[in-house]
Design a protein around this ligand. Structure first.
Ligand code: NI
Length: 510
């Protein structure tokens, strides 16, 4: 064992050399620390944040935009503050912006990766009057190479009473006693389910989470934008009501459906167009009611008082019945509104619906002949045309006790040969709603109203339930415009006495 000996002799033999090494090492350490400090100082100099500030006037009176920019080689941060004449509002905006923007700025500043980092807070002034200010703030943060920005984006709607400086909560914009929270909850859920249902809410937990943040509690709806006449926008954070990848979700609720619940001042200030529409609609409804009363007085039980050379008359016509399920619904609508119509019926259906025919006659509407089996008369022999007309007249008489005055040829198809066989006034039309093709109540209503003018004859079909769905609206709107709804015979002044004068004449004078 010679090693320990050797070691000891080495240690004993070189004490001065060891001291020198120690001193050198300490010196080297000092130099290195100094160098590191110098490098760090240099580095910090380079990373020192450059800040700049800028204030400009906005396009709105008494509102400035103050922008703060911070940047170095690794990050950029911009915040724009809305500054108003009301210090409370200015302070609240600053507080809100800093709360959202501050943490991002800190994170960006301490980020040491080579990826650029960016934060910004940008306002959009949606609305500014002497009474109210509304700003939507969007906060974005992202490494600037990132492609998906939405998941980290936040949005907040800020609505202020400009006089008091108070930020408006959802409770401030509705009438206190109204059931607005329930309505907001229902409408939000409907909108969200429509938008995300298939992809998202099929998983029960997602739907439960959504229902929780849209439950009828004020706190759920305090982030909102009320910036135009048409929508109240409720803002939800990423992941609250939809997958995070959807980012911020805006649920757009039609203000039309909330109108009666809004605070009156909010209606006056934020919803002037809607208010105008509602006022106009109420006025129209009142006029319709008044016109209906006037028509009732004019006409009453005495329909011979009707004079369409002096009144604003219009005739609705319903073809291809009878068909009691629709006919009775239509007659209910007409009766309720003191209106009548003309039913052009197909002869071979009449025996099945004799009660409907009696009701049409009892309630002063008119039955017209629409052939026996809806054949195109121009393809029939003279004898067959005559037979189609006569059989149908007879069937209508048997069922109702009245012979029809008018004949409407199927498809409006007539020629000189056909005319020679009919020998009745021909109930043509001026407006074809083409209701059989679209089967859509809104379209029927729209076309009927577009074609309405004094003396018009509007063609529809009794057999389509969508057409009956449109009837109440058509009658209400026409009466609202001052029309008296009459039968075709009334429109053209045809009575038993002068009937022969109209034989084979086409009835439409537009
Ligand atoms: Ni027809």
């Amino acid at each position: 064992m010679t090693t320990p000996k050797a070691k000891q002799s080495t240690k004993k033999g070189r004490p001065a050399f060891r001291r020198t090494i120690t001193v050198l090492l300490i010196l080297l350490g000092v130099v290195l620390v100094g160098l590191a400090a110098w490098a760090a100082w240099q580095y910090k100099q380079e990373r020192d944040v450059k800040t700049s500030q800028d204030t400009v006037n906005s396009t709105f009176k008494n509102i400035q935009l103050e922008s703060d920019a911070y940047q170095d080689d690794f990050f950029h941060a911009y915040a724009t503050y809305v500054v108003t004449e009301n210090q409370a509002i200015t302070n609240d905006i600053r507080k809100t912006v800093d709360a959202m923007f501050g943490p991002c700025k800190e994170a960006a500043q301490s980020n040491r990766s080579a990826v650029d980092y960016e934060c910004n807070a940008s306002p959009e002034i949606n609305f500014a009057t002497d009474d109210y200010l509304e700003v939507t703030y969007t906060f974005r943060q992202y490494p600037s190479e990132a492609t998906v920005l939405d998941t980290k984006t936040r949005q907040v709607g800020l609505v202020y009473d400009r006089k008091t400086g108070k930020r408006q909560a959802i409770t401030d914009i509705f009438k206190p006693q109204s059931a607005y929270l329930q309505k907001l909850s229902e409408m939000s859920q409907d909108v969200l389910k429509q938008r995300f249902n298939a992809a998202y809410y099929s998983k029960g937990t997602s739907q439960a989470a959504m229902q929780q943040v849209t439950a009828p509690q004020a706190a759920n709806f305090n982030d909102f934008i009320l910036s135009n006449d048409e929508k109240l926008v409720i803002i939800f954070e990423p992941g609250e009501v939809a997958p995070v990848s959807e980012g911020v979700v805006q649920a757009e609720l039609p203000t039309d459906q909330l109108y009666d619940l809004f605070d009156q001042k909010v209606i006056d200030v934020f919803l002037p167009k809607l208010k105008e529409q509602k006022v106009a609609a109420a006025k129209l409804a009142a006029e319709a009611a008044a016109n209906r009363e006037r028509a009732k007085e004019l006409v009453g039980e005495n329909r011979e008082n009707i004079d369409c050379t002096k009144m604003k008359c219009i005739a609705l016509t319903y073809d291809d019945g009878p068909y009691a399920p629709n006919g009775n619904r239509l007659l209910d609508i007409l009766k309720e509104r003191n209106a009548v119509a003309t039913f052009c019926m197909v002869g071979n259906r009449v025996a099945s619906y004799t009660a409907e025919l009696k009701r049409v006659v009892d309630e002063k509407s008119e039955i017209c002949n629409h052939s026996w089996d809806h054949s195109d008369f121009t393809n029939l022999s003279d004898a067959d045309v005559a037979s189609q007309v006569q059989r149908t007249n007879q069937a209508i008489y048997s069922a109702s006790g009245i012979y029809p005055k008018l004949m409407r040829p199927p498809y409006g198809a007539v020629n000189a040969r056909v005319l020679a066989q009919v020998n009745m006034p021909l109930a043509m039309w001026s407006v074809d709603t083409v209701d059989w093709k679209d089967r859509n109540a809104d379209i029927v209503h729209q076309r009927a109203m577009a074609g309405a003018k004094p003396g018009a004859v509007i063609l529809m079909h009794e057999i389509h339930s969508t057409t009956i769905d449109a009837a109440a609206r058509i009658v209400d709107d026409l009466q609202g415009q001052g029309y008296v709804l009459v039968t075709m015979s009334e429109l053209f002044g045809i009575t038993k006495d002068n009937l022969s004068e109209f034989d084979n004449k086409k009835l439409f004078h537009l």
